[in-house]
Design a protein around this ligand. Sequence first.
Ligand SMILES: NC(=O)c1ccc[n+]([C@@H]2O[C@H](COP(=O)([O-])OP(=O)(O)OC[C@H]3O[C@@H](n4cnc5c(N)ncnc54)[C@H](OP(=O)(O)O)[C@@H]3O)[C@@H](O)[C@H]2O)c1
Length: 300
Amino acid sequence: MHAAGILEDNTVSKLEWTSFARVQAPKVEGSWNLHTLTQDRPLDFWVIFSSVASLVGNPGQAAYGAGNAYADALAHHRRMQGAPALSINWGPWKGEGMSSQHTHNLYRRWGLLPIDPSEGVEMLGQLLSIDIGQAWAAPLDVDLLMERSAESPHLSLMAELVGGPKGRIPSPGGKAVANEASKLKDLPDDQRQAAVLEHVADLVRSVTGMEASEPVRVDARLETIGVDSLLTVDLLNALSRFFGLNLPATILINCPTIELLAKYLCEEIARNQKPDHTLLLDRSVPGGADLLNSSVSVSP
Ligand SMILES: NC(=O)c1ccc[n+]([C@@H]2O[C@H](COP(=O)([O-])OP(=O)(O)OC[C@H]3O[C@@H](n4cnc5c(N)ncnc54)[C@H](OP(=O)(O)O)[C@@H]3O)[C@@H](O)[C@H]2O)c1
């Protein structure tokens, strides 16, 4: 049974090779040692505690995700050789251990609930009684997973596995969110500004895994309140979906605080109230090739 591991979370741009190697060591060298040193023994089972991180790609866990993916692959490699092997992609466990409240909050928003230790031991027993090489083990809020499934291809795959064909998965947010966002257009300017600010703060809390009631500084730079470079993509997607706007990828660079984002979004919402005339460009129009795929909005 292999249960060694460490975490040193960091964004890829700040990842040092020495840190990467430290995180990989117990997973890659550790599992390989366990594999080679037990090869001539008649084993009833060979189990490695992997993580859901290798399936969904957690923010900041490139090294840990890769190390666990190695362990998953090694389990399959062993089984191809006829040796027993099981890699369990655990969700976060409650209690002592490497999982934190922050991790629990992040996973919870995807519908993956923390594992109670007694529940985990029971799952381990069940998994050992079946002939399987790799298993994802986590209690699920299936409705929430379905709702969030469009946030990443991995979540979409997971939702598909537990919920049937892709076509049956509702788009995140759905009607309720669309209605909520469309109401903003009808508000007087000052009320709209306050409401947009609150919605942006809520979305920031949601993507960073903060509690809904946790205070958040609206004038602080996003990276100082937990929106690291990986979460910027999540936040951009969440903002685009919620406000029904096609937002440029540079928006989080140009508007690096909740306050500035809300100001920009208010202007966009107000601008979108006015009828647009969209001129579609054609390749045959001189100079049109450069502008193809874009549209020009002209306010009367
Ligand atoms: N807790 C979770 O929510 C969770 C979720 C998914 C997967 N997992 C996996 O489950 C396993 C156990 O997690 P945990 O929460 O019990 O972690 P933990 O409390 O932090 O314990 C990890 C253990 O790994 C040992 N270790 C670290 N690096 C090592 C190395 N290079 N060589 C030998 N031993 C080493 C540590 O020993 P020292 O203390 O002596 O350094 C420690 O005993 C890990 O493999 C983890 O990846 C945990």
